[in-house]
Design a protein around this ligand. Sequence first.
Ligand code: 5GP
Ligand code: ZN
Length: 117
Amino acid sequence: SAPLTAPDCLFCRIVAGAVPATVVAQSSAAVAFRDIDPQAPLHVLVVPRDHHADVAQLAAADPALLAQVVSLAEQVASDESSGQFRLVFNTGPSAGQSVFHVHAHVLGGVELGRINA
Ligand code: 5GP
Ligand code: ZN
């Protein structure tokens, strides 16, 4: 069935193939593609095919889908790196969220330090 979409959503367009992206893995539920402005040797975004605005809304609406996002993230980190990775879900503008279709940043391929905010 067609995924749940939102109008004018960049990541819905990437899921649909209407905006190009370098897709590195996908499943029936989620798509993984390279961040256009990578901040680490491994920097991939994993999005559910269905539109949910942020991770809190996804967790409330469809927790099994959140687990599928995490599973695809782990697969990418294992395929492309050591299998050790950092997952970041920026949630809300003040936390740095700029695209309001939930996405996990999968970061790895380097020794990641502690965050000093
Ligand atoms: P946020 O700031 O919402 O946590 O993360 C959005 C991420 O999407 C940023 O890291 C940004 O570099 C990435 N991004 C923005 N536009 C595009 C795009 O058109 N294609 C890809 N592949 N990544 C994008
Ligand atoms: Zn969307």
